[in-house]
Write a protein that binds this ligand. Structure first.
Ligand SMILES: [Zn+2]
Length: 89
């Protein structure tokens, strides 16, 4: 959670008699963001593990499957994912 979000939570705390739905919404939003991040990290982990298996034994760099496929991973992790920009006011 970012500093502005914590400040929002503290503002809720300052209004003890108002409803706490906004708090839940904020947390739900963060849970969602974390799940998206975890999904991205898991797919990156899968890609790296797949890549790792292409180099079981030490050998020449020019024959290394990891280095040969590195550009694929770089391009797939780079592209997309920047459409959902979370702007905090
Ligand atoms: Zn190798």
């Amino acid at each position: 959670m970012s500093i502005p979000d914590i400040r929002i939570l503290l503002e809720f705390q300052a209004q003890p008699t108002s409803g706490c739905q906004g708090v839940n919404d904020l947390l739900d939003h963060h849970i969602e963001l974390i799940q998206v991040q975890m999904h991205k990290l898991q797919s990156l982990e899968q890609q790296l593990m797949k890549l790792r298996h292409q180099c079981e034994q030490p050998h020449l760099v020019q024959e290394c499957g990891i280095l040969q496929n590195l550009s694929d991973v770089a391009s797939s992790t780079d592209s997309g994912g920047h459409t959902q920009q979370h702007t905090t006011a």
